[in-house]
Design a protein around this ligand. Structure first.
Ligand SMILES: *[C@@H]1O[C@H](CO)[C@@H](O)[C@H](O)[C@H]1NC(C)=O
Ligand SMILES: *[C@@H]1O[C@H](CO)[C@@H](O)[C@H](O)[C@H]1NC(C)=O
Length: 482
């Protein structure tokens, strides 16, 4: 294009002598440019051919250069550090942001209305984050009953007239966590319904199960009856590691207590076990330096999905990303999106919101909160910048409170730990714990609702956080005893 333009301007010149000179000059320039273009084209063709043949070869022989093992950080920025203290705690919130509120799951809609009107800048800033994180929707669900059925329904409610009246006009609360894509539906009336104890008492079921399973327990003789990774085992006073026989990943370990009872362990044993988790992650990372993303899962008793009665954790160290695109990595992606909108650490702001709403308990550098979007009953999240002893002590208070104080024998827990040497998209350490109903109940607590629609939980998070508060009060003396 540039060359032909030059040609056109040169013919419009009047002086033919200079025109000829110019013409010759421009032709030379034109030819030079054509050559240049031709050479560029040839070069590009060669590069394309080389690249595509390399791709073909790689595909055929599955040659993966080592670099492709390294983690892909491109989605993630470096966020501000996690901070558990915020300017707005629950006392400040109640004295300044929303004065006349009752803290409860049904009260949240009213809390939000009052909070929206606050003129205080701290309250407003947190309100913006709260509404961007959570959508809260109260819905009315009405019904009518045929007369014969009325008596039966009243019976289900222990003939409590007030509860019975609530049946006709129920409050259903939908909470959606916009950045982590969780959706929980609460029907508080269902939680008020008196429940009868299971036919088979849980305690006798448990003692029989414990006795029968100890006779033929491989984990009780771990040296002879468990596998190990090729880089060897780690051991401590109360715990040991093994490799899962049927693995879900390159690095998939079992970290177990030496004793067989999955429910009765002391703080010292608990801390020893999680210290060993850290040791194992260190060793696995040393042998596989590109393995950086740790995840831990713990189910207790068969009702909760445990394959063995003996207490054991699954620990994975992933090479590419956190395990579970719809759980841990989703939180991380959500936090990245949040950072792009608010330029702050999602987890700091999340804790600030829970703290304002009086749903947190803190211990040293760790904080626990009762989730507004629980995956199942009693979801409590424990969070700390690092997996410090404070983090595990608070987690211990949570678990012992559930087991001993509210007699939940069955729990499931997932833990994400900060990635090893990855600054981008840095998660705090966090554990999520849920309970799973009666251990003797044959019915599963998780259905198509949880798997394919939304989770239904009826326990008010304000009741759940009380369990943690009371447990910490009752057990804090144990910390000085170890
Ligand atoms: C937060 O909850 C605790 C326990 O229920 C209660 O004692 C405290 O007064 C509450 N704080 C506020 C500000 O309401
Ligand atoms: C809070 O609870 C008390 C006692 O149940 C009740 O009297 C009051 O009206 C409630 N306030 C709001 C704002 O719902």
């Amino acid at each position: 294009m540039a060359a032909s333009k030059e040609y056109l301007t040169s013919v419009s010149e009047v002086d033919t002598g200079s025109m000829l000179k110019k013409f010759t000059m421009s032709t030379v320039i034109k030819w030079k440019k054509h050559w240049l273009l031709l050479m560029c084209g040839l070069f590009l063709a060669l590069v394309t051919f080389y690249l595509s043949s390399e791709m073909v070869i790689n595909k055929k022989f599955n040659i993966n250069p080592v670099e492709t093992m390294s983690t892909d950080h491109s989605h993630y920025a470096i966020w501000p550090n996690f901070e558990k203290n915020s300017a707005v705690d629950s006392d400040f919130f109640k004295s300044t942001c929303a004065k006349n509120v009752n803290f409860s799951i049904t009260g949240l809609v009213d809390i939000k209305k009052q909070w929206a009107k606050s003129k205080n800048s701290n309250c407003q800033a947190l309100f913006d984050k709260f509404t961007s994180m959570f959508t809260i929707d109260a819905r009315k669900a009405s019904l009518s009953l045929p007369s014969l059925f009325k008596k039966k329904v009243k019976g289900w409610l222990a003939n409590n007239e007030q509860l019975y009246q609530e049946v006709f006009d129920q409050d259903v609360i939908h909470v959606i966590s916009e950045f982590t894509h969780e959706h929980t539906v609460f029907n508080p009336l269902r939680d008020k319904r008196p429940v009868s104890p299971p036919k088979e008492p849980e305690n006798s079921y448990f003692s029989t199960l414990l006795k029968e399973s100890s006779d033929n327990c491989d984990f009780c003789n771990y040296k002879d009856y468990t596998a190990e990774h090729t880089f060897g085992r780690v051991e401590s006073k109360h715990s040991f590691s093994a490799s899962n026989i049927f693995k879900i990943d390159t690095l998939h370990a079992i970290l177990a207590l030496k004793k067989h009872d999955p429910l009765h362990w002391k703080l010292e044993e608990f801390l020893d076990l999680f210290q060993l988790v850290n040791t194992w992650i260190g060793k696995a990372n040393k042998n596989y330096p590109n393995a950086r993303y740790p995840g831990v899962a713990w189910d207790v008793l068969p009702k909760c999905g445990a394959s063995q009665v003996h207490p054991h954790l699954h620990v994975v160290l992933d090479l590419q990303r956190y395990p579970g695109t719809w759980v841990v990595e989703t939180w991380r992606r959500g936090a990245q999106e949040f950072y792009e909108v608010h330029n702050s650490n999602y987890f700091s702001d999340l804790v600030a919101v829970y703290s304002a709403l009086n749903l947190t308990v803190t211990y040293g550098t760790a904080v626990a909160f009762a989730s507004l979007v629980p995956r199942k009953d009693h979801e409590i999240v424990v969070m700390s910048e690092r997996a410090s002893s404070d983090f595990y002590i608070l987690l211990y208070f949570v678990l012992r409170g559930l087991i001993d104080d509210v007699h939940k024998m069955c729990f499931s827990m997932g833990i994400a730990l900060p990635a090893v040497n990855v600054a981008q998209g840095k998660l705090p350490a966090y554990a999520r714990v849920i309970t799973r109903g009666y251990v003797t109940d044959i019915r599963a607590d998780i259905s198509s609702l949880e798997m394919f629609l939304a989770t239904n939980v009826n326990i008010d998070p304000y009741k759940t956080v009380e369990i943690v508060r009371n447990s910490m009060k009752a057990r804090i003396h144990e910390v000085s005893e170890i």
